[in-house]
Structure formats: C-alpha cells, structure tokens
Design a protein around this ligand. Sequence first.
Ligand code: MG
Length: 159
Amino acid sequence: MVHVGIGYDVHQLVAGRKLILGGVEIPHTKGLDGHSDADVLMHAICDAILGALGEVDIGHFFPNTDPRWKGAPSKVFLREAARQAGFRGAKIVNVDATLIAQEPKIFPHIKEMKINIAAALEVHVNKIGIKATTNEHLGFLGREEGMAAMAVASVDLPE
Ligand code: MG
C-alpha cells in the first residue's frame, strides 16, 4: 500500500553561516541558521518520509538541544528516515520537493542535490524531484530573511 507524507521547514538566513541546501554548499552572502547544518530542503524531505510512515517529525529523532547534532550534516537525518522505512519493510517510491528561496540561483545545483539526497536515502536518483522558486520578493522569504522547503514522499508499506 502506497502511503504519502508531507514535510515543511523554514530556517532563518544570517550572515556568517554556510549555505547548505540538499547537501550542496552554495556560495552566498548568508547561510541558514540552525543547530545542524540547517539544510532546510533535507529537513522537509525527512519529515515527508517520516509522515508517510506515520512517524513523529525529525526533531523528535534529533533534538536541537542535543550537542551531538550541533553542526551535523543533514544527510544523517535523511539516513535515519530511510532506516525507519527499512524497519517497516517499506520502500521509498519517490520524493518531490520545492525550495523557496529569493536568492541565489538554485537551478545550477539541483542535479548535485538530487545525487546527495538519493545517496542518503539509497534510492535511484530518478526517484528524487527537486524544484526551486522565488517568493516574488513577497514576505519574509522574498525579503531574504529565510528559506523554506516543502516536500512530499510516497512510501510503499507492507499491508
Ligand atoms: Mg529544520
């Protein structure tokens, strides 16, 4: 039976942080703030997979109060989501995500993001969809105060 999950995440953009999206370090004037590497795209995908499994969100697995996850690469969290699927005999069918970022240009990095995400989830890269859009200069995303990501995942679970 195929189950679908949804994920959403936001992180604030601040000076003095690396910008990591989909496991790719992207040259930019600001980076996303957070306890881990603040990879908003990977976090949304984690929650989509966990949601499809009927699980709690990624913050319960990796609390932002735990020093072990300070600066952690978010592929660790994706691997955990895939491991949770594995425990249930579930197979990740596909993932699709949209990153909302006013700047910088995301498109040149999408192929590498897909490769990173597919590797962490141990699925073929053609199972991963990544798109990006600006927020048309509207709101906090448009003012470049933060970035957001939303994702869906479908997971084939045994009955
Ligand atoms: Mg997050």
